[in-house]
Design a protein around this ligand. Structure first.
Ligand SMILES: Nc1ncnc2c1ncn2[C@@H]1O[C@H](COP(=O)(O)OP(=O)(O)O)[C@@H](O)[C@H]1O
Ligand SMILES: [Mg+2]
Length: 282
């Protein structure tokens, strides 16, 4: 992670219809180069609205959103902004535009007017990065949901973005597809330093983030490292959110008087805590 700010929002508000309650208000956040930020929140809390504001699909009613220093309100930069901050959505079928995988990945580049040789190279590299090279000539509709999401990610990668915004990109996938897609994005994050905003319903996915932001009723309710956020079990439950299973178990055991850490996130950490308690001399 570095100090370079890739995405910033300053006191952003957004309302869909006049006279209705704001979908978002007072939103300020910064995402740095190489950072992986998970965004959690109950249905209707404003997560998708936030994603769309960060990628200039919506413009804030007030406040400012900057992507790599470019203001999303600056119409001249809108395509540069969308190229820098690629977006993956929930439904893989809605993101495929071509009938052959490699053409789908090349689609955005064609629109940018990238020369043919460079386009071929970038498509190859992008498919390699998501482990889909062997499907380059396949029809997308033959692929699994997880494979389709990886093709969508390749299409974004070919544009050489500095950020990826994923709005519940794993919600429609089976457990194997979910794991593959998260691992793919995680690898791009650590190896290429791509900043990731990962909106999810899965607490276990959020537990692996550098930072977690919890949105409730259009405002940021909590933020911090996964440990800092998830040990606030009661607050999260009031916001109708779960916590990772092992954090919940640690919370219940502590309520029964067991002396174990409150910020346990994984099965391995729980096993260590239980072992420490059973054999205090270790
Ligand atoms: N296209 C829309 N028109 C009007 N209201 C909307 C629209 N999309 C979302 N909303 C409202 O904005 C609020 C936030 O929605 P959304 O950002 O989709 O939340 P989330 O992604 O967390 O479920 C909700 O109250 C929702 O009903
Ligand atoms: Mg949503």
């Amino acid at each position: 992670m570095s100090d370079t700010v890739r995405i910033s929002a300053a006191d952003v508000a957004y309302t869909y219809e006049e006279d209705s309650k704001p979908a978002l208000s007072g939103i300020s956040l910064e995402a740095r180069a190489g950072e992986f930020i998970a965004v959690l929140g109950h249905n209707g809390s404003g997560k998708s609205t936030l994603a769309k504001l960060l990628n200039a699909l919506y413009l804030p009613d007030s406040g400012t959103v900057l992507v790599c220093g470019m203001n999303t309100a600056d119409e001249d930069r809108i395509w540069d902004i969308r190229r820098e901050a690629g977006m993956i959505f929930q439904n893989p079928d809605n993101q495929i535009v071509a009938t052959v995988v490699q053409e789908d990945v090349a689609f955005g580049l064609e629109n940018l007017g990238v020369p043919h040789d460079e386009m071929v190279r970038r498509v190859d590299e992008a498919l390699q990065a998501v482990h889909m090279t062997k499907y380059a000539a396949s029809a997308p509709h033959m692929l699994s949901g997880g494979q389709k999401q990886r093709v969508a990610i390749a299409g974004i990668l070919a544009m050489q973005p500095s950020c990826i915004i994923a709005d519940e990109a794993t919600a429609m996938l089976d457990p194997a597809g979910r794991r593959d897609v998260l691992e793919t994005v995680r690898k791009l994050n650590t190896e290429k330093g791509i900043t990731v905003i990962w909106i999810t319903h899965y607490m276990e996915e959020a537990a692996t983030a550098d930072r977690v932001i919890v949105v409730s009723d259009g405002e940021i309710a909590l933020q911090g490292t996964p440990r800092e956020v998830f040990q606030q079990v009661e607050t999260l439950r009031k916001l109708h959110l779960d916590v990772p299973r092992m954090t919940a178990l640690a919370h219940d055991l502590r309520e029964k008087g067991f002396d174990i850490r409150a910020d346990v996130l994984t099965v391995e950490e729980m096993a260590e805590e239980v072992a420490r308690r059973l054999c205090p001399s270790n």
